[in-house]
Each structure stands twice: as C-alpha cells, then as structure tokens.
Ligand binder design. Sequence first.
Ligand code: PMP
Ligand code: GLN
Length: 382
Amino acid sequence: LANRIFGAQGTSIFESMSRLARETGSLNLGQGFPEGLEPAELIEAAVKALRDGPHQYPPMFGLPELRRAVAENSRRFQGIELDWEREVLVTSGATEALADTFLALLNDGDEVILFEPAYDAYATLIRRAGAIPVPVRLSPPDWALPREALERAITPRTRLIVVNNPMNPIGKVFDEAERAILAELAERHDLVIVADEVYEHLVFDDRAFVSLLAIPELRDRVVRIGSAGKTFSVTGWKVGYVSASPELLAPISRAHQYVTFTTPPALQAAVAAGLNLPDSYFEDLRRGLAARRDALFGGLLSAGFDVADAPATYFAIADISAFDPVGDDLSFCRRLTVEAKVTPVPVSAFYAERDVTSHVRFCFAKSFETLGEAVHRLARWR
Ligand code: PMP
Ligand code: GLN
C-alpha cells in the first residue's frame, strides 16, 4: 500500500529533474552535487581503509577517530568544545541524522517550525514522525528572518525549530541579529533548535558563519548536523554527524540504532582524515567555489537572468519573472532543459504549497568547463 505521507510527495524534484536531464542530454545544474572537487587525501584514506579493514560493524556511535575529528573540527572552526564520547554521533548522511532527530524528539501532534523555502526532506520526515510542520516564510530580496511571523507561529505545542544555516536553496547565512532572535525565542519557549549546518564550510567572501551550537545560551538546546557529502564533495558517501548535549543525543542515538545502526567503517575513517586536513583545504574549497559561483553568475547575468548574490552553499537562485512566456518555475526548468540543454530545479519544490514559482536554482559546484558550456548554451538560447 502506498504510504499517504511519502506517496503524496511524488518523486523528489532532484531525482525527477536529474532523470529529465539524462534523457535529454542536458547539463544537470539542478540536483546539488559537485563535480571533481573531492580531495585526493580523502579518497586515498578510503582506499587504504577498504584494503586494510576492519569490515565489520563499527561502534553504534561511530568510529572513535571520526567522533574525535568531528569534535576537533568544531573546536577549530567554531570554538565549540564537545565531549566526543557523549556528544557526537555518526549517521549515514545528514538525512539520517534528521530522521533520527525527528523520530527521537517528536511525539504525535507536536509542532515543528521550519523556514521556507525549506529543504524538501524536513516536512515529510516530520509528518512521518507524527508531528506537524509549521512553515514560516522568508521573502526576497533579502530573505530576512521575520521575527513577528516566527513569534506568531510558536504555540504551546511547538517543540522544535529547524534552521538550515547556511540555507539551501537561497544561500543565506543567518546574521548575528537573527541568531539572537532564535536564541531568545528558543529559551523563552523552551524549544530545541535543529541546526542543519551541512553547508558550514561553504561560506564565501570572508563572510562569518557562526554555528548555533556556538551560542552559549543555546549550548543545550541545539542539535547540530553536518555532512561529509558537502564538506568533501562526496555526496554519494552519505556520512553525516550529529553534535548535541548528552541529554539530546542519547535519544537520537537510540533512534539511530534502529534506523541504520551504523555507517561503513572505511568511509568513516576517510572522513576523519578529511576533517583533520589543514586549514588550507577548507580555504581552497571556499575560494574554488566562490570562483565557480562568479563564473556562473557572469554567464547568467549576460544571458538575461536576474541572479541574486550567493554568500554560501553551492547554489544560486535566479528570478525568472522577466522571461516571456514564463509559466511556472517547473515548466520553465523543463523548457530550459529541452531548449537550452541546461537544467536547474524549481524553487517552488521548497514550499509546502508549491505556490512561489518565481525562482529557479542552479548548482555551481561544477568544473569550469561545465560552467563555461552552460553559460555558452544559455547565451545561445537567449
Ligand atoms: N540538508 C540539506 C539542507 C541538504 O541540502 C542536504 C543535501 N542534499 C542534506 C541535508 C542531506 O545530506 P546527506 O546527503 O548527507 O544526507
Ligand atoms: N540536497 C540536494 C539538493 O538540494 C539533493 C539531495 C537529493 O537529491 N535528495 O540539491
């Protein structure tokens, strides 16, 4: 029997646009995955670990070397002090971390606030955990946190706020004033913040990124989620990690033990090596992605796209309102795929109501060759 909750979502937009891109020979700038950016040290560490083993179930919390590396990386970049034995859990991707967190912390009828445009997994997993997603919308052009709307959305049933920071698909980084609002409201209403920080290392132009877990008043209220897929450009590996106080992490680990129990040990060992790479790796990643962003931006602008600045993540969104005939964003993505052979994804997929149809999202974590070809095709199409 098809499940009401998952069935209602249909196939994820990333999967369906990737399939259309394959079928039409289009350049896929839709689904977020990098091209050719994975560090050689990480791959070598994985090869070595696969050759040498071990190959059996690692500890349920994750390999100690990876949990230490997660704690050490958080200390180095965010000044967060973590007890790696009680405050770090390894999961099979950030997606599993999200699922474990919702399964562990939510009861039937609880409410969870999320900010739209929101990554598509949140609402579906929240509903499947028996709870109710309550969207609060951010609006262009500045996508600021709307304090009043957020306060209005909080009820006695509110349990969690999901904050994706930096934020997919709009590339937003929450600023100091916004972080203060989140901290104030979480404390006042006794809420837990699920901080999906998978893009923590993809922040450009010397902009500051501060983890919500680094805010002293939030130290025991934040579940911080990271992903090796994003930090090391290996989205297929599905290695994630959760950091939280022992009181929050213990129930999450109990969910994890019945969802996947563990994650391939060779990949865990390699990700540990990756997290321990020197600062230069993380700086080069940021600089390399910023250069790719600029390459795609220049091309999109000269092809007539109205693109907004992207301070973080590997996504750029473009307002398509000026195109004639424009149709909705999904039909625009299909048309661009067929006519220009370049594929973005529609931003309406990040709204529960699918009613905001003015923007499409391009992924710029690609080779300069791919980006140059995309720009060439878009210019010819216009
Ligand atoms: N959260 C956000 C905001 C994402 O963009 C992604 C990646 N698509 C994930 C979570 C999932 O990460 P993972 O592949 O590690 O499950
Ligand atoms: N997070 C990726 C994106 O936003 C997609 C992940 C997926 O395909 N489910 O593009």
